[in-house]
Design a protein around this ligand. Structure first.
Ligand code: GTP
Ligand code: MG
Length: 678
């Protein structure tokens, strides 16, 4: 009896709408996992089962599904293609034996693919390219290949050449087996004679493939120089090794919708995909030792609660095992939204562990709780690029909202949230408009939070003063019984940027009794939360120089009010100025778009600090600039539309800067308007 191969895992990735979910459906149909093939249009595919995915006609989270093909076990995982969901793709790729990069037969948008290919090559993740939708293209495949080659560091090798019938591709010639096939609806392709007119181009494509392989093998090179054509078996072995080492990327084509070329792809996967032990080695997991599983995704499912999706990289885990000190409540195998109980998950398998409280995406699970050292790093959460202020008008939903926020960020580490101390808004950060929209949909669909609304977040402006002043203020109330009395003299002075607020007392002789001095400071501070222009006031000093008190009527409260009064009467005379936050922004983008991006920065009141080649990235630049925070809000939208989605940016607070003129007037007027409305 032949030894069965360990279960392997292929992850489908690639640009938005290239046909990954359709390809998963085709793979599952051909392997007999499903008996009725669905379509994305009809909303009945195994992938995209969530309400969010169905309603937006796009994948919004991964779909894992097991399959058996010619006695080999597989888990296929379909990832969303939108750049806004790249965290999901990156995390899933980290546990893949191979990635199938599904692309469209386009020549002008190849640049979209470069961040993904870069990620794969940085981590040496073996991958293949599947040019999908060849039933519907005007481009010639050699042009398509050439376009994608410009964004791939690794050589792409065409494994097939198309058999054309006019504009239509009706089959292919396999360049290693030297066999020709015509596509056949609903079943495996027919073996046919290689068309005479293709013989020559097939031979030259074959030679090109061999020459690329020979770049990585001296024996093959010697053979080619000596005009010896190596036997097929040898070529298969070269290719298999080069794919496993991520030295070359084989390219296939077909039509997922029509199941064309998908069997061929399956056979290539079967032959060329490294097993989980090889992947474990690539990830730095030594063979031998205790069982080990890696969490690549966390889901909060409707009935099962928290699920940790893992891939087993050593040994086997059983339903009742204790891992990292926690006891999983159930182990499951997922097929899209369906789940079945699983007793044992062995090396290579993908499983979902129930209610592993405390466990998070990226964690290594072992019985001892110890993770080996020197492992490949799990992808970091992607830097935030777009934000929205999120709120609920139902106070009973507030606790639910904070729980839901914690859960969606657990499901998707590229979502985060913060309470902005200046604007007092709860701000949700993510990768783009759609990303946040889907999060909002999840609040409604999954967490039953229909009262949640999102809006553009406020810019955290501050204000300061330009002129010093001495101010006297007296707080006096006589309301029967004993009254309230506090009297202060203060010097208010501007301080350099970044100084914040400073308070000191120079009062002598107990004219303001010592115990009331902190109250004066607190009163001043209280006023500073919203100054004459309506914003938090910073960069000023207040010195208590003198005052008066009354033996009976003075109190902490009275001096606090006096401190506050001194500020509210004094500050409007100190030439208030608006301060806007300026961020240091670093744009990362293909060099062909650099000059356009610089214009975008200037158009958004930015100051370009410089640009340079992005270290280690061929034909990419990094542009650094200082930009007002108010201008960054939708920068990613413009940057992506400029760069076919490839560009991104990071930002960090740099300094506060005075804003004057019309821009400032508008900000102040809008603030006054908002205050009136609230
Ligand atoms: N003509 C043609 N259309 C296809 C093919 N495969 C997919 N499509 C269509 O392309 C569109 C997108 O297909 P999906 O399978 O959802 O693409 P996807 O890559 O999963 O999309 P995202 O996950 O949102 O990135 C749908 O309208 C499909 O019907 C194909 O082989 N030929
Ligand atoms: Mg999809």
């Amino acid at each position: 009896m032949t030894q069965l191969a360990e279960p392997r895992c292929a992850v489908l990735v690639g640009p938005y709408l290239s046909g990954k979910t359709t390809l998963l459906e085709s793979l599952l149909s051909i392997t007999g996992t499903i008996h009725r093939k669905g379509t994305v249009k009809d909303g009945n595919t195994v992938g995209d089962s969530s309400l969010e995915a169905r309603s937006h006609d796009m994948s919004t989270e991964l779909t894992a599904a097991p399959a058996t093909y010619l006695d080999d076990q597989w888990t296929f995982i379909d990832c969303p293609g939108s750049v806004e969901f790249s965290q999901e793709a990156q995390d899933t790729l980290s546990i893949a034996d191979i990635a199938v990069v599904v692309v469209e037969p386009e020549t002008d948008r190849a640049v979209m693919l470069s961040p993904l290919l870069r990620f794969l090559d940085d981590r040496n993740i073996p991958h293949m390219i599947f040019i999908n939708k060849v039933d519907h293209t005007e481009a010639t495949l050699s042009d398509v290949l050439a376009a994608y080659q410009t964004v791939s560091e690794r050589p792409l090798v065409m494994r097939q050449v198309p058999i054309q019938d006019g504009e239509t591709i009706k089959g292919y010639v396999d360049l290693i087996s030297d066999r020709a096939y015509n596509y056949k609806d609903g079943s495996a392709s027919d073996l046919v004679e290689i068309p005479a007119e293709l013989q020559e181009s097939e031979q030259s494509a074959r030679m090109e493939m061999l020459e690329t392989l020979a770049d990585f093998d001296d024996d093959l090179l010697t053979k080619l120089i000596e005009d010896v054509v190596p036997p097929k078996e040898e070529i298969y072995q070269f290719l298999k090794k080069d794919i496993a080492d991520d030295k070359v990327v084989p390219v296939f084509f077909g039509s997922a919708e029509n199941d064309q070329g998908v069997r061929r792809l399956l056979k290539a996967l079967r032959h060329d995909t490294p097993g989980p032990e090889t992947t474990a080695e690539r990830l730095g997991i030594e063979a031998g030792g205790e069982a080990l599983a890696w969490i690549f995704k966390t889901v909060h499912a409707a009935h099962l609660g928290k699920l940790s999706l893992v891939r087993v990289f050593r040994g086997a885990i059983k339903d009742n095992d204790t891992l990292n000190g926690a006891h999983a409540s159930g182990m499951f195998r997922l097929t899209g939204e369906k789940h079945e109980k699983l007793g044992t998950a062995k090396l290579g398998e993908v499983a979902a562990l129930g209610r592993m409280e405390g466990a998070k995406t990226g964690d290594i699970l072992t019985p001892s709780g110890k993770a080996p050292e020197g492992l490949e790093s799990f992808p970091e959460p992607l830097p935030p690029m777009y934000s929205a202020a999120i709120s609920t008008d139902k106070s009973s939903d507030e606790v639910k909202l904070s729980e839901a926020l914690a859960k969606v960020s657990e499901e998707d580490p590229s979502l985060s949230h913060e309470n902005n101390p200046d604007t007092h808004e709860l701000v949700l950060w993510g990768q783009g408009e759609m990303h946040l929209q889907i999060a909002a949909d999840r609040f409604k669909n999954k967490f039953n939070l229909s009262s949640v609304t999102m809006k553009k977040p406020q810019t955290p402006y501050n204000e300061t003063i330009a002129k010093p002043i001495s101010q006297h203020a007296r707080f006096k109330r006589q309301t029967g019984g004993h009254g309230q009395f506090g009297d202060v003299h203060v010097d208010i002075k501007p301080l350099p940027r970044g100084s914040g607020f400073k308070f000191e007392s120079k009062v002598v002789g107990g004219r303001v009794p010592r115990q009331f001095i902190p109250a004066v400071e607190n009163g001043a501070k209280e006023y500073l939360t919203s100054g004459p222009l309506g914003f938090p006031v910073v960069d000023l000093s207040v010195t208590l120089t003198d005052g008066q008190h009354h033996a009976v009527d003075s109190s902490e409260m009275a001096f606090k009010q006096a401190g506050r009064l001194a500020m509210s009467e004094g500050l409007p005379q100190c030439k208030p100025v608006l301060l806007e936050p300026i961020s240091k922004v670093t744009l990362s983008l293909p060099s062909e778009f650099t000059s356009k991006a610089q214009r975008v920065i200037s158009g958004r009141r930015g100051q370009i600090l410089g640009f340079d080649a992005k270290p280690g990235w061929k034909s990419w630049d990094e542009v650094s600039a200082l930009m007002p925070r108010a201008e960054i809000h939708d920068l990613i939208i413009e940057l992506r539309s400029l760069t076919f989605g490839a560009g991104s940016y990071t930002f960090e607070f740099d300094h506060m800067q005075e804003l004057s003129g019309r821009d400032a007037d508008q900000v102040v007027a809008a603030r006054a308007e908002a205050k009136k409305a609230s």
